[in-house]
Ligand binder design. Sequence first.
Ligand code: NBP
Length: 480
Amino acid sequence: MTSTPAATAQVGVVGLAVMGRNLARNFAHHGYTVAVYNRTAARTEELMAAYGDEGFVPATELADFVASLERPRRVVIMVQAGKGTDATIDALAELLEPGDIVVDGGNAHYEDTRRREAALREKGLHFFGVGISGGEEGALNGPSIMPGGSAEGYKAIGPLLEDISAKYDGEPCCAHIGPDGAGHFVKMVHNGIEYADMEFIAEAYDVLRSAGLSIEEISATFRQWNTGDLDSYLIEITSEVLDQVDAKTGKALVDVIADSAGQKGTGRWTVQIALELGVPVNTIAESVFARSVSGHADLRAAGQEHVPGPAHSFDPADRAQLVEDVRKALWTAKVVAYAQGLDLIRTASLTYDWNIDVASVASLWRAGCIIRARLLERIRAEYAGHNLPTLLAAPSIIDGIAEANEGARRAIGTAMQAGVPVPGFAAALAYLDQVRAQRLPAALIQGQRDYFGAHTYQRTDAEGTFHTEWSADRSETKLD
Ligand code: NBP
């Protein structure tokens, strides 16, 4: 380009692969003039050829892109997470000026976001790590948006993000989550819960299939469940996937898809960080490990050949009862996964001083994102104005667990007896039983630790720290 373009665009998007292109169009559909730039000019040309009349200012040079933006400049980066994001930020930082706003809408690790935010703050730039959920369709028509960054910067970028976000009862599914990495952290936990939700649905399907229900019957069951408290995007698409017939073989598509589940890493990050922060998220961990087991061909081949056990199929005495019991197991497990994910967010918020409002997090997951579900409105209402130690202490959740308890236990017990793997369901139930136990066998573990490593223990009936002389006369010493 030869002449400097006039600063006419209210927002710019860098990175025009599927997500960036759709987000740019979403901004345009809301009346914004959108500057667009992509490293490889062909993508910009493709966007202009297909949708050039929607309100874009294209640029082939990053400097021209920056020059075409009104001040403070608002730039949304939608490039591959990692090196691509760093390269783009570095190039932009050379061209932007204090007060400008840089948004990373990719799936960045929140620690990277903290590092980038600190580096750009030094230059007087506002950096936002923004979690965006909803896939390509959401990016175009309204995603759930989780922005983390300065309160001052949010005043300039927040209204635009709220405009393009999904709406629930007219309320935007976008709100300022907190500073620096808070938005990307919340998006990561969203994905962790998504892993768990999907695993639970898969386990429910497997139990019903093993009990002799046809794919059509299971699809109809999910459709029915989607009219009640389990109403959610993931349940809805499950019916659609189960209904799909493979054109090549005439079989149900699910029967010809290889049973090895992939992952891109956000579920694993959730578990890694939960381990570091000491927050039990066993349902999410089991979901990540379940995908891992599915991909271990050698392990599974050896298991199929050598490991004894029941037949992975059974004949239920009462089918209708089984279906209802499985629904209760699914609901219970789902609640536990939300409780664990929100607990992780609460703990991270305290650790990093993010001051995250859990009710607000639940509110912006109500539409637009992959885990959107009817239950989230109830969760929002339960957290609003209450400092719950756990979702499991919320009155309506307590009632739900009580109502589902017997059936959920029966379904999980039946599956285990029949050799149907239900690691997610079992983890959820074990967690409930752990947190409600009056006494945990951790007392015995403390005794063992003191025996072999003199790690000491506390007593239930006295203050202080104690050690038993295990290899001598087994008398007890009080250490402080
Ligand atoms: P991709 O993750 O496939 O990335 C492709 C884009 O990154 C292209 O525009 C490419 O430019 C650009 N890029 C790369 Br690769 N390296 C670059 C570099 N060094 N400098 C500048 N640009 C570079 O795109 P996507 O699937 O649209 O996702 C974009 C972001 O959104 C990712 O972080 C992703 O994790 C996140 N996200 C995706 C989804 C989803 O459903 N796909 C959902 C939510 C979030 P080029 O054209 O020149 O190669």
